[in-house]
Design a protein around this ligand. Structure first.
Ligand SMILES: [Ca+2]
Length: 279
């Protein structure tokens, strides 16, 4: 049963919608959690799903242009070969790691106080990303085994002039609306494809760069689509297929973690991994 409560904090009215308590299967794993909706404006909600093994809320979708423009109204994601990347429904791109982190800080400052408790927003760590993308299975690809499902937005047969492409046809030559880029069994959309997603980590091999995960509408080589595949760019770099998704953790957990970006070598503690089995 849906439970809606509204609170007034720092002049901003927002509603936390505790939409459901669910059990979603993903192989042998199950997750119990709830979805919350952070109201950024009267018509804009940022939705997150609680992932119990990680003790964090994870963005249900990649951050859209619509949500990002609540933060920076002037932002344009631009066009590519005459095709728009800038629709409200598409994931925000042409945003740097610095931009993504600033968006998270803006969320925490303005929307972190919720009826469910204080939340700190941030980018996911690489290992967290791999965990929630694969529903805890850490499979070879976000969806499981090759080939990719047709509803994941990679570089496929819709790109008729390309010499190299996937055999699948997802119908989107550039980024797809975030709700059209397929969901995994935990209800998280676009964790495979659509846009690469900035993570909090610093790449160990190139200490001045930050990690991206998940590949995009412009990728097709299996090597790039693997769960463990990592791309990395400098904190100020922007491109047409680089976006992000946010996570939020309760403030009492944040107090015990470092403010510094995680090392890409950090792994999920075995005790956390074990919590997912059999739930
Ligand atoms: Ca993605």
């Amino acid at each position: 049963m849906a439970l809606f409560r509204s609170v007034l904090t720092r002049g901003a009215l927002f509603t936390i919608a505790v939409l459901l308590l669910f059990q979603a299967g993903c192989g042998q794993f199950k997750s119990q959690g709830k979805t919350i909706a952070i109201r950024l404006s009267p018509k804009v909600k940022l939705r997150l799903i609680y992932v119990e093994p990680l003790k964090i809320f994870v963005g249900k979708y990649e951050v859209r242009n619509l949500e990002y423009r609540c933060f920076r109204p002037e932002h344009s994601s631009g066009i590519h070969e005459g095709m728009s990347l800038n629709d409200d429904s598409q994931p925000v791109i042409n945003v740097s790691w610095d931009d993504a982190r600033a968006f998270c800080d803006w969320l925490t400052k303005n929307y972190g106080a919720t009826q469910a408790g204080k939340l700190n927003f941030r980018l996911p760590d690489e290992k967290e990303w791999e965990y929630f993308a694969t529903c805890g299975s850490n499979g070879e690809f976000p969806w499981g085994d090759w080939p990719p499902p047709k509803n994941l937005n990679y570089y496929g047969r819709e790109n008729k002039s390309a010499s190299q492409m996937l055999e699948s046809y997802d119908g989107h030559r550039v980024s797809a609306p975030v709700t059209k880029s397929g969901a995994n069994d935990w209800g998280l959309y676009g964790v495979g494809g659509n846009v690469w997603e900035w993570c909090r980590d610093i790449d160990d091999a190139q200490s001045s760069t930050h990690v991206l995960k998940g590949a995009s509408w412009a990728d097709c080589a299996p090597l790039f689509l693997r769960t463990t595949r990592r791309s990395a760019y400098a904190a100020g770099y922007k491109y047409i297929n680089l976006g992000f998704r946010v996570v939020a953790e309760p403030a009492d957990i944040s107090k015990t973690s470092s403010d510094k970006p995680a090392s890409s070598g950090q792994s999920i503690p075995p005790s956390k991994q074990g919590e997912s089995a059999g739930e």
